[in-house]
Design a binder for this molecule. Structure first.
Ligand code: MF3
Ligand code: CO
Length: 290
């Protein structure tokens, strides 16, 4: 990192002198780094202006999920969800981030039952009473990114499925409680993992969360298998997703060769996921999208 003079303008673009802006924070982070901790790079720290823009994007993301929530029911196809996402996102001036992302063909991911993630909406997938489905929405607004997903129970579902969906949501909430400045990513991961495993489920290891806001997927990579006090130091301005994928059976997964996207549980067991976008603040955290 380039050395900035104390009276120079701060690197964050606030226009304030460095000494009156990020200097103290940078020094504190440097102390943790010297002690051997993983610390975020400067470009992972969002400025208040960026946070404001990302929140506008998130407003659309949340509205789109609410729009889906009001309409989803047995008998509809997952392509119908794709059209709702298109409709509502464009109406609010946004762009669905998944469309064309690394060649992804649709505007949303819809993952049903044993599909872990990246399920591609289709006319041929009709939601049946008893299904559980994850709807993963991501939005670009004025160049800023938001990302969150929810589970939906279609009609009445089995107690086993209902419990899986509930426990994964609880695990995200327990993880969220650990998100605060000068804590660690591992504090969050351990809380998620413990709740998931104490219910007999398993966290998917290969796919995790991510930094988000300026890009769809930024550093850091965020896993949900971890130990308290380890992994990246959490500092104000860091923004990332908590989005554990949880299998009722074994953690193993595979990607469908025929579409190159859809991820399934290896053993055919059910899988569930909730995703929130969270910002570390001066005194805790703020949920940006849910
Ligand atoms: N929305 C997913 C996430 O939570 C990413 C989907 S990538 C796509 O990170 F291309 F499949 F859309
Ligand atoms: Co995500």
């Amino acid at each position: 990192m380039k050395k900035i003079g104390r009276n120079d303008p701060c690197w964050c673009g606030s226009g304030k002198k460095y000494k009156a802006c990020h200097e103290a924070l940078d020094e504190k982070i440097a102390r943790y780094a010297r002690e051997g901790h993983i610390v975020p790079r400067r470009d992972m720290i969002k400025t208040p202006e960026q946070v404001q823009k990302i929140k506008e994007s998130a407003k659309i993301n949340v509205a789109v999920l609410d729009y889906v929530a009001e309409r989803i029911r047995p008998g509809i196809s997952t392509e119908q969800i794709n059209q709702w996402v298109e409709e509502k996102t464009r109406e609010m001036g946004g762009i669905p981030a998944p469309l064309g992302f690394e060649g992804y063909p649709k505007s949303v991911c819809t993952s049903v039952n044993d599909q872990v993630c990246h399920g591609i909406p289709s006319e041929d997938v009709i939601l049946q009473e008893g299904d559980i489905v994850n709807v993963d929405v991501s939005t670009i607004y004025d160049g800023y990114f938001s990302d969150s997903s929810r589970m939906f129970c279609i009609g009445t579902v089995s107690p086993e499925r209902e419990k899986l969906v509930r426990v994964v949501k609880e695990s995200v909430e327990l993880g969220l409680k650990e998100v605060k400045p000068w804590g660690f990513m591992g504090d969050m991961a351990q809380a998620v993992q413990q709740h998931v495993e104490s219910n007999g489920y398993h966290v998917v290891r290969e796919i995790g969360g991510h930094g988000v806001g300026i890009e769809f997927h930024e550093d850091p990579w965020v896993g949900y298998i971890g130990k308290r006090g380890t992994d990246m130091l959490l500092v104000p301005g860091l923004m990332f997703t908590i989005e554990p994928m949880v299998n009722a059976g074994a953690a193993d997964i595979f990607v469908d060769d025929s579409d190159g996207w859809t991820v399934y549980t290896e053993d055919g067991s059910d899988s569930a996921q909730w995703e929130i976008q969270v910002l570390v603040t001066e005194d805790g955290c703020e949920v940006i999208a849910y």
